[in-house]
Design a protein around this ligand. Structure first.
Ligand SMILES: [Mg+2]
Length: 258
């Protein structure tokens, strides 16, 4: 995970996390950070659920340029290469590789979900990565949350999503940051494109980049996750249900699919 320095929050005491709702420019609602009940109902009537997406190792992998292994150095010359078009970027001291299938994933998932990004990295990095993934701002809008929106250093805050747990799915490679929402969480295999930083691990492991390979487009982890998401969405909005949307629970349908 790239470790850009955490921005100091003005006025916050050392060690104290700013309440997510104080950072109003990132919230859907200027005061509460919550999507109003009316808006949730509107979205459900549009046949849309909520989807929280992690960044690092879920949608992309980032590495410090200075830590690239000798066999990865060729990548710095590939940023402008058509082979890596819209998939490989330099951002400051980092090299960013988007996960295969990510563009198709976002395009299709956007028809079924209102999506947001939620990363434990800092807000500057989060917004920059959102821009790489969504240059026109059609998928995430201002719904980009980061470590500044966490109450604790090791736990993501479900409140920022602004919806009830019965209509939210989460796609994240790290289970431990969602202690209270395990039933909403779909754990995705970590995307590790670059070689690990640890020299000992490098001896026993050849990264995708070193072997000039990658996850498959059609059968990679994001393609598999999209199929599961489509199935859960379809079960949730099954017209055979006689109850109304508010009484349905996505967690029950996720259990049936996973
Ligand atoms: Mg992650």
């Amino acid at each position: 995970m790239p470790i850009a320095a955490a921005k100091k929050v003005a006025g916050a005491k050392k060690g104290e996390k700013q309440h997510p709702h104080q950072n109003s420019n990132l919230c859907t609602h200027p005061k509460s950070g919550q999507v109003s009940n009316t808006k949730i109902e509107d979205l459900l009537h549009q046949r849309k659920l909520f989807l929280v997406l992690d960044l690092d190792h879920t949608l992309l992998h980032a590495a410090e340029l200075k830590t690239l292994s000798p066999k990865e150095k060729y990548l710095t010359r590939k940023v402008q290469d058509p082979e890596f078009k819209d998939m490989l970027f330099e951002w400051g001291s980092l090299l960013i590789k988007l996960r295969p299938f990510v563009h198709a994933f976002l395009k299709e998932a956007n028809n079924l979900f209102q999506m947001c990004i939620y990363t434990m990295s800092d807000g500057v990095y989060a917004k920059a990565m959102a821009k790489l993934l969504d240059p026109r701002g059609v998928y995430f809008g201002s719904r980009v949350f980061s470590r500044e929106n966490c109450i604790r250093d090791d736990e993501k805050n479900f409140d920022v999503v602004g919806a009830k747990e019965n209509c939210v799915l989460i796609l994240d490679d790290t289970q431990t940051v969602w202690r209270k929402q395990k039933e909403n969480l779909m754990v995705i295999e970590k995307y590790m494109f670059f070689a690990p930083n640890c020299p000992k691990m490098r001896n026993n492991y050849k990264s995708l980049s070193e072997t000039k390979s990658d996850e498959g487009e059609a059968d990679g982890a994001l393609a598999v996750a999209l199929q599961d998401l489509k199935q859960i969405h379809s079960l949730f909005f099954d017209p055979e249900h006689e109850d109304n949307f508010a009484e349905r629970d996505v967690r029950k349908f996720k259990e049936m699919v996973s």
